[in-house]
Design a protein around this ligand. Structure first.
Ligand SMILES: O=C(CO)COP(=O)(O)O
Ligand SMILES: O=C[C@H](O)COP(=O)(O)O
Ligand SMILES: [Zn+2]
Ligand SMILES: [Zn+2]
Length: 362
C-alpha cells in the first residue's frame, strides 16, 4: 500500500473510534520491529523520525527504509511523519525525503529551547500548513509547552525541550486558544500540553489529575470536537522494563509514565495520535543488557539485536491492541494519493470544522 497521510489515517481513526501510536525510529531494527507488530495485528501505523533521527540515520537511508517497509508489507498503511520540526525548512526537507506528514512545533523557537509566543507559533505553523497542503501533506502543530506540572521544568532530555522553569499557563494548553489556533493555522492535528513530557522521568508517582491534566484534554475536546488531538510524551515506562534494565546493570531511578488507561480515556476524548519512543528504547535496551550480561563472550550484534527487536515488536503490538488500532488496516480500502489530498485541501473540504461537541449533542 502507498504511504498514507496523517490526515487520512486520523480521519479514519476518528470515524472508527481508535487511536494510532506514533513510534519513533532511528534505524532498520526499529522500523522492522514496528512493521512486524503492525502486520501481526492488521494495524495501520505512524512511523516518525525526529531531527535527531534524521541526522543519525541520514534522510536517504530513512527514505529507502520507508520504501522497503511498504514493499515488504504492502497491505499495511504507513504514515511517515516528521517529529518536532523546529522550523519551516526542516519540514520542507522532510517532505522532499518522502515524509507524508510533518510536525511544525512552534511552541518552541527554532533553537528547540525557547518558548515561542503566540504570533511566532501561529506564523510558522500557518506558513508550513500553506505550503504542505499545496502538496497534500499533513501538518501537526503544537500549542502549549511540554513539561512537568510537578517541577515546572521543560523536558530537555531528548535535546528538544524548553529550558528553565515554566508557569502553569505555559504547561497547560488553553482551550479557547486551541480553538483560535486551529482556526488560524488550519492544522490537521493538534499536540497539546497537559503535563506529559519526553523521556523516562515524567512523574515521581502514579499520576493523578493534578499532574496529568486529563480535564484539560477533555475541555479542549469539548471545544474542538472535530480536531485530532495528539498526546506527546506518552510512554508508560512499564515497571517490568525498568526492572530488566536494572537487573542487568542499568541504573534507572524509580519513575512513572503515562498509564495506558489514561491514554484509553484520552482516545474517548479526541486523542488520535499517541507518541511513543521511550518505551521502545527501554524494551530494546533491556534485552541488549540481558544478552550481553548473560553472555559476556558474545560479539555478534544479531545475537542481541534480534531479541531487542522482538521485545520492541511485543511492546508495539500491545499498544496497537490497547488503542484499538489492531484490525483497522484492512478497513482502509484505498489510500488517497498526495495529488488527491492536495485537491481535497484546495476545495476546502478538509478545512477545520467547529461544530457542537459530540457529548453536548448527545
Ligand atoms: O513524544 C514523543 C516523541 O515526540 C515520545 O514520548 P516518550 O518519551 O514518552 O516516548
Ligand atoms: O521528541 C522526542 C523523541 O523521543 C525523539 O527523541 P530524539 O530527538 O532524541 O530523537
Ligand atoms: Zn514541543
Ligand atoms: Zn514529542
Amino acid at each position: 500500500m502507498a504511504r498514507i497521510t496523517l490526515r487520512q489515517l486520523l480521519d479514519h481513526a476518528a470515524e472508527h473510534d481508535y487511536g494510532v501510536p506514533a513510534f519513533n525510529i532511528n534505524n532498520m531494527e526499529q522500523a522492522l520491529a514496528i512493521m512486524a507488530a503492525a502486520n501481526e495485528v492488521d494495524a495501520p501505523v505512524i512511523i516518525q523520525a525526529s531531527r535527531g533521527a534524521r541526522s543519525y540515520a541520514n534522510d536517504v537511508m530513512l527514505k529507502h527504509m520507508m520504501d522497503a517497509v511498504t514493499e515488504i508489507y504492502p497491505h499495511i498503511p504507513v504514515c511517515v511523519h516528521l517529529d518536532h520540526g523546529n522550523e519551516p525548512s526542516t519540514c520542507m526537507t522532510a517532505i522532499q525525503a518522502g515524509f507524508t506528514s510533518v510536525m511544525m512545533d512552534g511552541s518552541l523557537k527554532a533553537d528547540g529551547k525557547t518558548p515561542g509566543d503566540w504570533d511566532y507559533n501561529v506564523g510558522v505553523t500557518k506558513k508550513v500548513v500553506e505550503m504542505a497542503h499545496l502538496g497534500g501533506i499533513s501538518v501537526e502543530g503544537e500549542l502549549g509547552v511540554l513539561g512537568s506540572l510537578e517541577t515546572g521544568m521543560g523536558d530537555k532530555e531528548d535535546g528538544h525541550g524548553a529550558e528553565g522553569k515554566l508557569s502553569h499557563d505555559q504547561l497547560l494548553t488553553n482551550p479557547d486558544e486551541a480553538v483560535k489556533f486551529v482556526a488560524e493555522t488550519k492544522v490537521d492535528a493538534l499536540a497539546i500540553a497537559m503535563g506529559t513530557s519526553h523521556g523516562a522521568y515524567k512523574f515521581t508517582r502514579k499520576p493523578d489529575g493534578n499532574i496529568l491534566a486529563m480535564h484539560v484534554l477533555e475541555e479542549i475536546h469539548r471545544k474542538l470536537p472535530n480536531t485530532h488531538l495528539v498526546m506527546h510524551g506518552s510512554s508508560s515506562v512499564p515497571q517490568d522494563l525498568q526492572d530488566i534494565i536494572n537487573k542487568f546493570g542499568g541504573q534507572m531511578k524509580p519513575t512513572w509514565g503515562v498509564p495506558v488507561e489514561e491514554i484509553q480515556r484520552g482516545i474517548k476524548h479526541g486523542v488520535r495520535k499517541i507518541n511513543i519512543d521511550t518505551d521502545n528504547r527501554m524494551a530494546m535496551t533491556g534485552q541488549i543488557r540481558k544478552v550481553l550480561t548473560e553472555n559476556p563472550g558474545e560479539f555478534d550484534p544479531r545475537k542481541y539485536l534480534k531479541p531487542a527487536m522482538d521485545a520492541m515488536t511485543k511492546l508495539c503490538k500491545q499498544r496497537l491492541q490497547e488503542f484499538n488500532t489492531a484490525g483497522q488496516a484492512s478497513k482502509i480500502k484505498r489510500v488517497f494519493t498526495l495529488a488527491e489530498m492536495a485537491k481535497r485541501y484546495a476545495s476546502g473540504e478538509l478545512d477545520p470544522k467547529f461544530g457542537a461537541s459530540r457529548q453536548a449533542a448527545e
